[in-house]
Write a protein that binds this ligand. Sequence first.
Ligand code: GMT
Length: 382
Amino acid sequence: MKIGITCYPSMGGSGIIATELGIKLAERGHDIHFITSNIPFRIRKPLPNMTFHQVEVNQYAVFQYPPYDITLSTKIAEVINEYDLDLLHMHYAVPHAVCGILAKHMSKKDIKIMTTLHGTDITVLGYDHSLKNAIKFGIDGSDVVTSVSQSLAQQTYDIIETDKPIVPIYNFVREKEFPTKPEVPTQSDQQLKDCYGIKADEKVLIHVSNFRTVKRIDTIIDTFAKVHQSIPSKLILLGDGPELMAMKEKARQLDLEDHVLFLGKQNWVSAFYQISDLVLLLSEKESFGLTLLEAMKSGVVPIGSTAGGIKEVIKHEETGYIVDIGDSHAASDYAILLLTNPERYKQMQARMLEDVAERFASDLITDEYEYYYKQMLEGNND
Ligand code: GMT
């Protein structure tokens, strides 16, 4: 199949899933055309059947704002015609699904469109009255719509009031990018710990995000503060965003500045999971939580909140623990329980790894997308 993919090419989870899926599909022999503002950051080596088409927006004095959406639509239409694409896979309802529909009209080809909803396009933008209609238009005008969890599908029905069927297809990780850590840390793991002043006997908790308020990093620091009182430990925080400075201040106020490590954006998060014992994602909105899955595949046991799709990723008391949003007491109790009971930790880790392999395998999820591509092309998508 000849597939056009549009996503945000930056470090967010939606861009990662779009890129990793593109790589999987290219490895299976499909022709993949990324139509994006930049080369997606996870693409590290050329694949013969993968092409990147850059969207460049010119600035003219007549425009108060550069018209990215129109330029993107024009570029998609050009690529549809030039490469005779079979289908578009748009990640995010606005602007990308809407741009796909516009591009379809511009290209004059009856191309099929799949749209994948990732979360923020519904759970945040969906409440913006000026965008809700555009989101609905993007969803209703797509041939197949997928969401990254059942929870997000339900939220879409509730918030956007569409009756378009929405197919939940979970996030996945390409397994070799997140090798499972060995039981005994390697020399290079200890070297990485040394770089950041983490002692061999200290436990490591990790959180990775874009530091938006919805990620509730305040709850993560409160959780760590309680754990740190009884267990020698460090908290690694990877990422950058609006809450960064406030969270640094919070760590200082709690006298934890030497133990909460703000390491900024990192390209190779996998190395940090190799040295971590627990991953925390205590968000108040989260459609899936790709960072959890990346950490779990690496062998790091998760504690998550009840938000959105997290409950579908972690099986409470079986593959990790779930706590109410804002409940740092419960989160720290579970963390201490796991970190002080090596047998319990090992059992949960083993069950978690089995579950990741069963439900979130990259081949399984790629098969699901491919199945719906075929259904669309055969006209069986209603
Ligand atoms: O988590 C973010 O804020 C980034 C965001 C994005 O749009 O890239 O991630 C969303 O998509 C990921 C991939 O499907 C999901 O795993 C994340 O849970 C989702 N984020 C939210 O719902 C807040």
